[in-house]
Design a protein around this ligand. Sequence first.
Ligand code: ZN
Length: 768
Amino acid sequence: MKRLKYLILSAVFISASVMAQDQKTPERKAGHTNNNKFKQLYEEFSTPNMFRTGSGAPGPAYYQQQADYKMDITLDDKNAKITGSEVITYTNNSPDELSYLWVQLDQNMRAKDSKTPLIEGGGVAAASQPASFVKDYMAEPFDGGFNIEAVKDTQGKDLAHMINRTMMRIELPKPLKSGEKYSFSIKWWYNINNHVEGRGRSGYEYFPEDGNRAYVIAQFYPRMAVYNDVEGWQNSQFWGRDEFALPFGDFEVNITVPADHILDGTGELVNRKEVYSKEMLKRYEKARKSFDEPVVIVTQEEAEAAEKKFSTDTKTWKLHAKNVRDFGFATSRRFIWDMMAVEIGGKTIMAVSMYPKEGNPLWEQWSTKAVASTLKSYSRMTFDYPYLKAISVHAKNQGMEYPMICWNYGRPDKDGKYSDRVKFGMISVIIHEVGHNFFPMIVNSDERQWTWMDEGLNTFTQYVAEKDFGEAYPSALSSGQTEYPSRRGPAAKIVPYMGGDQDYIAPIMTKGLNTYQFGNNAYGKPATALNILRETIMGRELFDYSYKEYARRWMFKHPTPEDFFRTMEDASAVDLDWFWRGWFYTTDYVDIGVKDVKKYYVSSEINEATKEQAKRYGMEVSDLPALVYMVEEGSEEFKESLKGGKTTENSTTLKEYIMDNFTPDERRKLKEPKYFYNVTFEKPGGLVMPIIVEYSYADGTSKTETYPAQIWRLNDKEVSKAIASDKEIVGITVDPDLETADVDTSNNSWPRETKPSEFEAFKSKSKD
Ligand SMILES: [Zn+2]
């Protein structure tokens, strides 16, 4: 009975004191807009609808368009020119009637009249590579745009069309109704660019010693734009940076190249017997059963012999692909070719590498193994790889992805030697580009609008796959390394970017073309954010389940950012609006520290703070219920009580309460803490994050406590924790394992580490 009265009284008193404090701060009455960092993202997110649900899944009315291609392509190796004719069959699965179609002409970025160079506002470059200096100031602009020779309907009648730079609008003779298909043809050619000199995601590398070229060909055909429920037509121009938005479809592609070329590309080779030699077929059959080591299909000796021939005959390679969003291929007589089988979900998939001899010895050793390892890791994190092969092609300075095929850099010196930087750069780019098969080739996000949706998710998954690769192939690691040396992923690696000059940082939710520090913005920061989400905020089990669910829901579909954000919450029951808001919509950084630590004692002596509160309510101190008071060590009251010979060790009120309310048996089980602390944490950084704290005790032990990010919900600047402890705390460290990307760790410990300034350190060093 007594206990109950006590609780009621103290509850009344405490809630009244909170109200009194409210009245003390008159500016609160002026009215605030709700900028709380934990506010739900209703204003930023589009409203869920029948196409996309509030759970982040495709809705009952979700649709996507389909574009099927039949193409005949001819490579003119002598003149570095490519010619094609294609029939596109477009299926309108939308509920809308379409009066025109938009087709992407990406090569027009390389047209003589391209506007891409005109939007560069950086002025004279203080230093540039000779090749780019020649290209920029000394040479005629390269004429690499599409030459569109014909746009016709199936009857051979010309179709009216209009070209606006990299986009072509085709007028439909009559509107294309929901559910209808329309077929039309385009004839085109263009001059292939030298991708080593002029950069770009496709083109050729020229080898002056033997006069050969190695081609990596992509964005080479007029491609349908995406039409969907969020953008209508995604016909935002291609300026050269933001990548692509493409619908899925089936491809039948015949590619005619010199007879001594080796070629591989997106899709299944349907005329293998026509284009392989008998020896190659035998080796291929062996490769299909080799799960540990690659089998060479074309040897270096054979490639070296071929590089002298320059056949004038041709061969046609026929590739068919189902449900892909794009098509790419690589061809040269200089390619070495190897393959290895990988088993995923009970199916045999081929891991493939094509490389000129310049790639060896690195490429024969690691490329195909990196492909195989990547397919396994990504399949575990998302869904079983659904295509029949994945090819890694070595192309100088390239790192670029297409369905089933990608181009990768990493070239040893002429004498075959290579540094760790070259080796791990090569393995990492292969893991990254092969990983792009999952994001965005299958989980088909809009790259033109949201670079981070494929690059960020892919770079995060790459980090997981790199760790797997290091475990699967420890012999790839250099001496002294215990794990794969990842460049992006660990929190500490993003600190220089996040703590850098705010004038040169943009939120992740910015179109790639308009951001500073593209790599950190669209790759490094989102990948790190997801890694922190997995390791620190959600934990692996909840994160991995939700991440997989997102990939599974949007496999072979077109997700938006909200679909990702919503799914991660929907599948985990972790409220993440504050995390998306801070990390993706702002440029805030993490800086959390320990500001102050005060020691307290339990006392029966009424303290000044309580007296003041009583006064504010017009109450007498004697009106108050018997309370347990906390006295701060070193305070006036504390000194007073020491002077008067009174102890501050314990509270008679508390003792009486315990005696009255607990049996002797219960009393024995009660723990009496010896130490009380008030620990104040400060947050000079804008980002809210959990406070991870390591408490070190006088007996040499330590304990780590994580206070969820929501601790900041009512005070964004500082918060305090009351700590009752059996043991004396001698040290406090915030974020001891550097897992939150805290940009300033000088305030992370108590007592403050008195580090000598850099100047002092320099002085003492020079004395030695
Ligand atoms: Zn990428």
